[in-house]
Design a protein around this ligand. Structure first.
Ligand code: TYD
Ligand code: MG
Length: 404
């Protein structure tokens, strides 16, 4: 614990505690990636998500993968019985001898078992079921959950155990969601799904040991949670390249390039408020892109507009703008985008196309998936590798001229 009389020292004189900064791969690349390369000993990680998204399945799968390397893992459940966990682990085919289980909701009990266990990782599923003895508030309340995070922090610093807290997203005011915990932990990962597809994304919201915005992809199957090792391939699998109203966009999440199909349907003009239904894209931004197209000569704004992304994948980075724009234009004009063409770029309000980060990675990924022509911001053209024809565009009108 910090002593208030400790003297300030020079940065160079700070002793390096090597044991505290070990990073270990978990055995699941789609978890290691969002973690920034693996689990750092002595750190506290929060994995948040809606109930039912698959947090416990992810946790037990990761624990088993990790324990496979002879490292001890302690998985604490406050929600399920040990028999339920065993049955799930057996069914997933992941049972390992070095995986220790504890069913408890009492913090002091959990802490003492963790200290005795010699584990590298402690998973607490969930932070909301954990109870701090002595506090009168109910488990899951803001006070309790904060204290769980605070004590986890102390325990991790003290023992160098990496602690993974599982947190349910909560819309109720009585139960505290992961938001309450974010300040107290080193890394926050969000486990998401769109409610319909089997795809699950794990995104880095905060990371003291790596980049935010990183991404891992999984698929929930009858045999458990399976890693998606080639995301672009998975997200393009149902693509109908010959149809109008679809475009492939080369995005980058964190440092990782992913190709995604965007589908748009532009309906008939409507005198009333036209229907709009957007899945996987940000509604306000998508309406804005339609308004920009309207300003650039396409009669689109007063029509019904629908947008979908491959497997409901959530497109949140600016470079995806050009994908939505291209899909809208293709649907309205009833012309398919050339099969071998993909796009990326940010669209500004007055119709200018802005450069984006990591153009090189986007080109490389496009090429790897067989796209030989890429429509992109003028400023990003130079980064195109051999084998890719880069069509630099400066405005939405240029895009319309290059698309078909
Ligand atoms: P779970 O991990 O319990 O979710 P959380 O901990 O986030 O609340 O998993 C929830 C759902 O996942 C459950 O409804 C069933 C489904 N599921 C599968 O489809 N396949 C599987 O192998 C497992 C274990 C779960
Ligand atoms: Mg659970």
């Amino acid at each position: 614990m910090a002593d208030k009389y400790t003297k300030a020292i020079r940065l160079a004189d700070v002793p390096m505690d090597k044991g505290a900064m070990n990073r270990a791969e978990t055995g699941l690349s789609q978890l290691d990636h969002p973690l920034g390369g693996g689990l750092v000993s002595g750190s506290v990680v929060l994995i948040g998500g809606d109930p039912g998204v698959g947090k416990s399945t992810l946790a037990i799968t990761a624990c088993a993968a990790f324990a496979n390397g002879d490292r001890k893992v302690l998985y604490v459940t406050g929600e399920e019985s040990l028999q339920q966990i065993r049955m799930r682990a057996d069914r997933l085919g992941v049972a390992r001898d070095t995986l220790m289980l504890l069913a408890s909701t009492d913090w002091d009990h959990i802490e003492s078992e963790a200290r005795d266990s010699g584990a590298y990782v402690l998973v607490i599923d969930s932070a909301q079921t954990c109870r701090i003895p002595g506090l009168t508030s109910i488990p899951g309340s803001v006070e309790q959950v904060r204290e769980v995070a605070h004590r986890s922090r102390q325990l991790a610093t003290d023992t160098h155990i990496a602690i993974v807290l599982i947190g349910h997203s909560s819309r109720s005011t009585e139960l505290a969601g992961p938001l309450v915990l974010e300040h107290f932990v080193d890394t926050v990962l969000d486990f998401e799904h769109d409610g319909r597809s089997s795809l699950r994304t794990l995104r880095t919201m905060k990371n003291r040991f790596g980049e935010a915005g990183e991404l891992g992809l999984f698929e929930m199957t009858a045999k458990g949670l399976v890693e998606v090792l080639d995301p672009s391939k998975r997200l393009l699998v149902a693509r109908n390249a010959k149809a109008s109203g679809t475009a492939v966009v080369a995005t980058v999440e964190g440092t990782r390039p992913v190709l995604v199909e965007v589908q748009a349907l532009v309906g008939r003009p409507s005198a009333d408020v036209p229907p709009r239904h957007f899945v996987g894209v940000e509604p306000v931004r998508t309406s804005m892109l339609a308004a920009i197209l309207q300003n650039n000569g396409l009669d689109i704004y007063n029509r019904g507009l629908y947008v979908n992304t491959g497997a409901g994948y959530r497109l949140i980075e600016p470079g995806a703008d050009l994908g939505v724009t291209a899909a809208f234009a293709s649907s309205l004009l009833k012309q398919p985008v050339n099969e071998n063409t993909c796009v990326f770029g940010e669209v500004g309000l007055v119709g200018q196309i802005r450069p984006v980060r990591h153009p090189g990675r986007r080109f490389e990924e496009a090429l790897r998936q067989g796209f030989t022509r890429v429509i992109c911001p003028q400023e990003n053209v130079d980064e195109a590798p051999e084998g890719v024809e880069a069509c630099g565009v400066a405005s939405v009108r240029d895009v319309l001229a290059e698309l078909f």
